[in-house]
Design a protein around this ligand. Structure first.
Ligand code: SAM
Ligand code: DTB
Ligand code: SF4
Length: 333
């Protein structure tokens, strides 16, 4: 399925959405949601860190950067069998997509054969595949596409104007180049970012504006910063608790993402563990329709299957059987 939604949003329009009375914004977002997606359904994905820590990039939020003193131990790339065992477990737990993440600036060509085996193995189990490995060359993207990779996650993370305040080892344009390589290879794009980095409303506007004016990602993860001690931003937040993102402002960001990218899946990603049930419910109302399940993200804790199961049951939300953009669904048509 190709996304045809408009990409000519103006910054003024996005600002006006952020400024709407909260109830009007939620009503609008839920209306857009219902016109484009099955109601009361969320897509469930499971994350696995296949290569943890020791990352040469200096993203100020990340526990896996060599610049952070977070105590995360660096590991080598996991072997294919261990990855496939974890995938089988995720499938048993009802997950429809398995996302494999590596703390790399980019994969080395010598890593490609193992990565390709992982994609093929997970697909054989009947699950959708997603990887997030840092920057990809056009050739690497093609190799992963040939193996059957369904999604590639590569976030713009924040507004282009704010990028250099958060990461200095690469540019916003580097990110866009990988996104183009991924899209050109025919892989679905998963691209979003983080709020709660201490950014201003203007930066959140700039972040959504950047996403909504590019070819819309099939999936848009909105992460709330998980503050980790020993990272620049985690420590900043510990010193200035007032900097924590306001929940209503977080929900507004989700709603504006839903309205401006109506056909995309909007994923309520990191940060759910410390979010109230009511805030998560408001995010679903605002059009979020995808979450990570399991009790761990890559290195940080996640809400966990028991509390998620209880919350979804309480809200009358069920697991989506097939995401609208996956190769799996196309194969079934
Ligand atoms: N190294 C690869 C990369 O950066 O593209 C893949 C893994 S990286 C951990 C994937 C995304 O996780 C980042 O782009 C960021 O948006 C999110 N992330 C990382 N640490 C986070 C944190 N502490 N809180 C919230 N989101 C986080
Ligand atoms: C994304 O946007 N969020 C996920 C996924 N893409 C790979 C990762 C969140 C990571 C949270 C911090 C951690 O677990 O270390
Ligand atoms: Fe490395 Fe990704 Fe963490 Fe940045 S977000 S330090 S690129 S693992």
């Amino acid at each position: 399925m190709t996304i045809v939604a408009r990409t000519d949003w103006t910054r003024e329009e996005i600002t006006a959405l952020f400024n709407m009375p909260f109830m009007d914004l939620l009503y609008e977002a839920q209306s857009v949601h219902r016109a484009n997606h099955p109601r009361n359904e969320v897509q469930l994905s499971t994350l696995l860190s296949i290569k943890t820590g020791g990352c040469p990039e200096d993203c100020g939020y990340c526990s896996q950067s060599v610049s952070a003193e977070s105590g995360v131990k660096a590991t080598k790339l996991m072997d294919v069998r261990t990855v496939l065992q974890a995938a089988a477990q995720a499938k048993d737990g009802g997950s429809g997509r398995f996302c494999m993440g590596a703390a790399w600036r980019n994969p080395k060509d010598r890593d490609m054969p193992a990565l390709i085996e992982m994609v093929k193995g997970v697909r054989q189990m009947g699950m959708e595949t997603c990887m997030t490995l840092g920057m990809l060359s056009a050739d690497q993207a093609r190799q992963l596409a040939d193996a059957g990779l369904d999604y590639y996650n590569h976030n713009i993370d924040t507004a282009p104007e704010n990028y250099a305040n958060i990461i200095s080892t690469r540019t916003f344009e580097d990110r866009v180049e990988t996104l183009e390589n991924v899209r050109d290879a025919g892989i679905n794009v998963c691209c979003g970012g983080i709020v709660g980095l201490g950014e201003a409303r203007e930066d959140r506007i700039g972040f959504i504006y950047a996403l909504a004016t590019m070819p819309h990602p099939e999936s848009v993860p909105i992460n709330a910063l998980v503050p980790v001690k020993g990272t620049v931003l985690g420590d900043m937040l510990a010193d200035t608790p007032m900097a924590k993102i306001d929940e209503i402002e977080f929900v507004r960001t989700v709603a504006v993402a839903r309205i401006t990218m109506p056909e995309s899946m909007v994923r309520l990603s990191a940060g759910r563990e410390s979010m109230s049930e009511s805030c998560q419910a408001l995010c679903f109302m605002a059009g979020a329709n995808s979450i990570f399940t399991g009790d761990k993200l890559l290195t940080a804790p996640n809400a966990g299957d028991d509390s998620d199961g209880a919350l979804l049951a309480k809200l009358g939300i069920s697991a989506m059987q097939a995401a609208p953009h996956g190769h799996m669904e196309e194969a079934a048509e």
